[in-house]
Design a protein around this ligand. Sequence first.
Ligand code: HEM
Length: 163
Amino acid sequence: MDEMAMFTLARVLHVAGVVLWIGGVAFVTTVLIPALRRLPEADQRMDLFEQLEGRFALQARIVTVITGASGYYLLHVLEAWDRYQSLQFWWMHLMTAIWGIFTLVLFVLEPLFLHRWFHEQAKIDSEKTFARVHRMHKVLLSLSLLAVAGAVAGSHGYQFSFL
Ligand code: HEM
């Protein structure tokens, strides 16, 4: 496979990964968590959340690796590392930061203590805990959508030259 084809493949994998990943985050934020918050039983809420988001977390881990690796390859072929030095490429910073946050949460914080913390907090006050988790998901989803918008515009030549 020549470099041009490899580059195209990396771009395809990158975008497919982003669609699956951010699409999943959107579903959890706008459909799953609101539905769970309406369930009257706190125990049932927690059980369902575990079952459903647990499956998504595995998928998200795989997709995070694919998106990160393909992104790294794109950056390498484009020799675009110096973009990190310019504010005009804020979407590169945002993309990378979001990837970093998800990697930290999914691979480090969640297995280390976030899972346990969530259980403990939900036992103390289920409504408040789910409201907090919902808020965090909303923030991450908004930032992710902003990154997607900026990255598509930027990748296709739009210059954010006012920055
Ligand atoms: C380590 C993490 C990441 C790196 C190194 C990275 C790198 C890149 C690079 C180099 C490009 C091509 C830019 C160009 O053609 O000028 C790109 C495109 C793109 N990235 Fe990322 N990215 C990463 C994570 C993400 C994340 C987390 C998202 C979603 C929130 C994302 C969404 C996109 C989108 C939508 C495009 C535009 C594709 C297109 O329209 O062709 N990336 N990325």
